[in-house]
Design a protein around this ligand. Structure first.
Ligand code: FES
Length: 101
């Protein structure tokens, strides 16, 4: 090991998963570390995977369609506040737990 840490990146695949590359730690909602033993994983965003939160390829048979463009996502991120459940334009503590708020 040379001490080099790859920067983390998340790539949105059209009509498919989110590919996470680099140094990251995957955790369950209750904070437990999910051992991935990898530096690249695909996270499901279609909701059809039998291995959530990981993609198992089910998005193909489900014919998942990504309807938001990169510009639309950027626009939402400018105005919405992140929460544990998703994005909100209201109370930024909505959906937070485990002492995060
Ligand atoms: S994105 Fe691949 S199974 Fe959901």
């Amino acid at each position: 090991m040379n001490g080099h840490v790859d920067p983390t990146s998340i790539t949105v695949y059209p009509d498919g998963p989110l590919l996470v590359r680099g140094s990251f730690e995957l955790r369950s909602a209750d904070g437990r570390v999910i051992d991935t033993d990898r530096n690249v994983i695909a996270l499901c965003r279609c909701g059809r995977s039998r291995l959530k939160p990981l993609c198992d390829g089910s998005h193909k048979s489900a014919r998942f369609v990504d309807s938001a463009s990169a510009d639309e996502v950027s626009h939402v991120l400018q105005f919405a506040q992140p929460t544990a459940r998703g994005m909100s334009d209201g109370d930024e503590t909505e959906g937070l737990s485990h002492g995060e708020a």
